[in-house]
Each structure stands twice: as C-alpha cells, then as structure tokens.
Design a binder for this molecule. Structure first.
Ligand code: SF4
Length: 137
C-alpha cells in the first residue's frame, strides 16, 4: 500500500452475486477498485469508498398515536443520516398521511424526498369524540 493510501473492503450489493470489493483510495482522492466483475460494481465500490450513501428509513410521530413509517426516495450521504434522524425526532404530523405522500422535499439538498410508506392513523372524527364524551358521563 502506498503512503497516504487507505483501503476499504465492502460487499457489492448492486446485484445478487455479492462480489467482495477492495478499494484503494490515494491521498489525491483517486480510487482503484479490485474484485468487481462489472462496471456497475466498480461504480458502487468507488461510491462506497469516496461518499457512501444509504436510504434513510424512519418513523414520524403523529398527533394521533401510531407513527408513520417513511423512507427517502433515494440514498443520501451516510454522514447525514444521524443528523436528519435527530431533526425528524422532533416532528409530529398533525394532518392525515397516505402511503406515497411526500413528507419532506430534497432532504438536506440531497435530491431525495422523504416519502410515507404506509397510511398514517385516521384522526378521530368529531362524531367519535362525542361518543367518547357521552360514555364518560
Ligand atoms: S461487481 Fe457486478 S457482478 Fe459483482 S456483485 Fe457487483 S454488480 Fe454484481
């Protein structure tokens, strides 16, 4: 290994074959990938070595109890995941949500939206609230 060079091993997940990749990143930022059987794997290995990205999966609280599951529409920089998760922990949805709804656009300028993956809870209707009140009497 050359001076100032770092190496990184990963498993390519771009197809089921699962090739073991080895990336050598030089101090000038150039990257050499070994173990990839195709161009897709070389690109995956290069991205893993230089700027790994992951799909964000999370849940958001709602005003009616059950949280809503959500995920980013595409991978975002792995280094941003924790910070985004922390900010989302303070969010409470107070409008009805349906699967496929966009909950946030262009997360941290990553070009990915946060999308609900299931319907959220149904807000209680005023009629139900009346029933509940009458039962308490
Ligand atoms: S390197 Fe190519 S063949 Fe190997 S797992 Fe990745 S995509 Fe599949």
């Amino acid at each position: 290994m050359a001076e100032g060079q770092r190496t990184l091993e990963s498993l390519c997940i771009a197809c089921p074959r699962g090739c073991r990749l080895r990336a050598a990143v030089a101090s000038d930022g150039t990257c050499r990938i070994e173990g990839a059987r195709c161009k897709l794997g070389r690109e995956y290995g290069r991205q893993e070595a230089l700027s790994p990205r992951r799909v964000l999966t999370t849940t958001l609280a709602t005003a009616w109890g059950r949280p809503v599951p959500a995920r980013s529409s595409r991978p975002i920089e792995r280094g941003l995941l924790l910070d985004v998760q922390r900010r989302l922990a303070d969010v409470v949805l107070d409008t009805p949500v349906h699967a496929g709804d966009t909950l946030a656009s262009n997360i941290d300028g990553q070009g990915a939206d946060l999308v609900a993956t299931a319907d959220g809870p149904v807000p209680p209707s005023p009629a139900h609230e009346d029933v509940g009140r009458s039962m308490d009497c």
